[in-house]
Design a protein around this ligand. Structure first.
Ligand code: DX5
Ligand code: ZN
Length: 222
């Protein structure tokens, strides 16, 4: 069931990797609900980040936050078990990388994790119609995946609204997450459109006052 209050998920991608534990604790102490782990393979997206070993290290630094793993990798089925074993509570794959999306979603669930699907800005929501009833969350990309610190693509707001409408028809329990270019300034707009969970990398970790930024983002209401 979508949470009545807005969820914030700092993306560890924008943290100081020489200070992983303090970064995770910073997020937890700021009231973050999830910690978002961006996994990139240099193939589906033009960047390489980290794998299950680092997710496990991140998971070991928090007892409270949901470990939210975003797989921007080709053939994710090969690694889903590893990421769940590393401590991921929810695993999100890209529609664009999964020719057998239903099978992949069932695979995530078979390991006891929540299942999410993400779509790129150019991918229509209609590609998720059939799978929506099986999903725990949809992660709408509001930038082209690959890097933190990009600018929010304004047409994403209409996409959130459209997904919100699809949810009422197909899966009232679905969580709508939005990822890319989220700031204190646009948080209210995306929440009004129907987003439940806001991923924030740069806005949180590069903030002069991350706790205040998290509080501001969480204060956005429908
Ligand atoms: C982009 C990633 C995002 C990104 C968010 O490929 O999936 O999660 O790290 O970072 P900001 O909030 O800086 O856009
Ligand atoms: Zn992400």
């Amino acid at each position: 069931m979508p949470s009545p209050s807005t969820l914030i998920a700092p993306s560890i991608l924008s943290a100081d990797f020489t200070a992983l534990r303090p970064s995770v604790e910073l997020a937890e102490n700021a009231g973050a609900d999830w910690i978002h782990c961006d996994i990139m393979d240099g193939n589906f997206v033009p960047n390489i980040t980290f794998g299950p070993l680092l997710v496990q290290a991140i998971a070991s630094c928090t007892k409270k936050m949901v470990i939210d793993t975003h797989l921007m990798i080709v053939d994710p089925d090969r690694f889903i078990e590893d990421f769940v074993k590393a401590g991921s509570h929810q695993v999100t794959v890209h529609q664009e990388t999964c020719p057998h999306l239903h099978r992949t979603v069932q695979l995530i669930k078979s390991f006891g994790a929540k299942a999410g699907v993400s779509i790129n800005p150019a991918t229509p929501l209609s590609t998720l119609e059939s799978i929506l009833p099986d999903l725990d969350l949809v992660l709408l990309m509001s930038v082209n995946p690959g890097f933190g610190g990009q600018k929010f693509i304004p047409s994403s707001v209409a996409k959130i609204r459209q997904l919100h409408e699809m949810r009422s028809r197909l899966n009232p329990n679905l969580v709508i997450a939005i990822d890319g270019g989220i700031t204190e300034e646009n948080a209210q707009e995306v929440v009004s459109a129907g987003a439940d969970a806001l991923i924030a990398g740069t806005a949180f970790f590069k903030s002069a006052n991350p706790a205040a930024t998290a509080a501001k983002i969480k204060s956005a209401t429908r």
